[in-house]
Design a protein around this ligand. Structure first.
Ligand code: UD1
Ligand code: CA
Length: 450
């Protein structure tokens, strides 16, 4: 039997945040969600989460994950105190307890699996994950012999100078024999610099403690402050970009771009510098994104270009050119071959195939047919101050520059709107609509008597 316990009760003082540390987001998921996800493959019999600081908020955030047992730790008196809270809850449990710090989010599930199997093979009372770090500052130091046997762990702040020079560090991931741990847990003391109960002290109290050193030390990066959060973000981003480069995506300047884990790319996509994809994005073949673009929850067909633009919660067909400086907002649905040009904003609107909105326009709450040409500066006046109204434009219509279409209004097919018009009434198919004052030219004005 295997139980997993994640320590998530701490405040995270060093983050200096109103948010509990384990709820800090990292590439779209919270730290604790990432830690929990890394244990899914193990299919543990029990999954326990130790919560304390802002416990309700943490429980609420994780309420959608099934099969989690929340265990309260009040007050938060150290990692050993946190695991002591399991004693009544796990009374009579037989098997291993895998303990994970809630702030170590980059672990690969394979690493945890090999820790558990090494533990089972050796028959140790505890097996912990270690890493040799170039800069071990802040981590507990692990004192072990050449055969992997661990004598004990000393926290950075409790180390002598000589002990500090040991760079074998404790990753905060442990596989315990639960019965052996349960016997020593009540014997912990607070005799250390922080005056807390340390889980790490159990290691020296158990008859046989072993360690397994992780191959890639990046995996065990712990997050105590914003700098470490940024370092982990960089590691995850690099993993994502490397993955997609291996799948055939070109990054012109990889380090300047970020992705979410829910991106999908077709073949021969080129991502130009300073381009960011968030949420769920589906990008077709031969698209060119950026430079300088943000896509969030966007679905793009094939052969789409997005230049210095923002595309959010929008769907775009094949062969569409977007930008520079365009903004597709939620529920923009742009058909094949459309052109969305400079300083154009589209919101909650459908654009039929081949429709062009090239310059300086706002298209909101509108349905445009196919091959519509929206003249420069055309605006759908969709809001009367209380409610939003729809504008409908039929196939092949053209609006002149600086037209205002006051919704609700329907323009038929092949309509032409004269430049500078304010259209407040429906226009039938094939008509020319002009809604502006007639021009008056007074001859001889310059030479008039004064
Ligand atoms: C801990 C280890 C250290 C290790 C490092 C790895 C101890 C004493 N030290 O140090 O050896 O190198 O992790 O990242 O364990 N927590 C609780 N209740 C508490 C205190 C903490 O649930 O009362 C949780 C925190 O929310 C966090 C985790 O335990 O998720 C680790 O706590 P933290 O204070 O960050 O320990 P470190 O000082 O990093
Ligand atoms: Ca930590």
């Amino acid at each position: 039997m295997l139980a997993v316990a994640v320590l998530a009760a701490g405040k995270g003082t060093r983050m200096k945040s109103a948010l509990p540390k384990v709820l800090q987001p990292l590439v779209g998921a919270t730290l604790v969600e990432r830690v929990l996800a890394s244990t899914v493959n193990l299919q543990p019999e029990r999954r326990l989460l130790i919560v304390g600081h802002q416990a309700e908020r943490v429980e609420q955030q994780l309420s959608a994950i099934g099969g989690l047992e929340f265990v309260r730790q009040q007050p938060q008196n150290g990692t050993g105190h946190a695991v002591q809270q399991l004693l009544p809850v796990m009374d009579g449990f037989e098997g291993e307890l895998l303990v994970l710090n809630g702030d170590v989010p980059l672990l690969r599930s394979e690493t945890i699996e090999s820790l558990v199997s090494a533990h089972r093979d050796s028959g140790a009372d505890v097996t912990l994950l270690t890493a040799s770090l170039a800069d071990p500052t802040g981590y507990g130091r692990v004192f072990a012999d050449g055969e992997g046997k661990v004598r004990g762990i000393v926290e950075h702040r409790d180390c002598s100078d000589k002990q500090r020079s040991n760079n074998l560090t404790n990753a905060g991931i442990y596989c315990f024999n639960w019965r052996a741990l349960a016997e020593v847990l009540p014997k912990l003391s607070t005799d250390n610099d922080q005056g807390e109960f340390y889980l790490t002290d159990t290691v020296a109290m158990l008859p046989l403690a072993m360690h397994v050193e992780v191959a890639d030390p990046e995996e065990v990066n712990g997050i105590n402050n914003r700098k470490q959060l940024a370092q982990c973000e960089a590691v995850l981003q690099k993993r994502l970009r490397d993955h997609w480069m291996a799948e055939g995506v070109t990054f012109v300047d990889p380090n300047s771009c970020t992705l979410s884990e829910d991106c999908q790319f077709g073949r021969d996509v080129v991502i130009e510098p300073q381009t960011h994809l968030r949420g769920i994005c589906r990008i077709g073949d031969n698209c060119r994104l950026g430079p300088g673009s943000l896509l969030e929850d966007a679905e793009l067909g094939n052969n789409v270009t997005v230049l210095h633009s923002v595309v959010r919660e929008a769907t775009v067909g094949n062969g569409v050119a977007i930008g520079p400086f365009a903004h597709l907002r939620p529920a923009a649905d742009v058909g094949d071959g459309c052109r969305i040009g400079n300083f154009v904003e589209v919101k909650m609107s459908q654009l039929g195939a081949g429709t062009k909105v090239n310059h300086l326009s706002y298209v909101g709450d509108a349905s445009l047919g196919e091959n519509v040409n929206v003249g420069a500066g055309t605006i759908t006046a969709n809001y009367d101050g209380v409610r939003k109204h729809r504008t409908v434009i039929g196939d092949g219509s053209k609006t002149g520059a600086n037209s205002v279409l006051v919704a609700p209004v329907t323009l038929g097919a092949k309509v032409t709107v004269g430049a500078g018009s304010t259209i407040t009434k429906d226009v039938p198919d094939g008509a020319l609509a002009i809604g502006r004052a007639r021009q008056l030219s007074k001859e001889g004005w310059a030479d008039r008597p004064v």
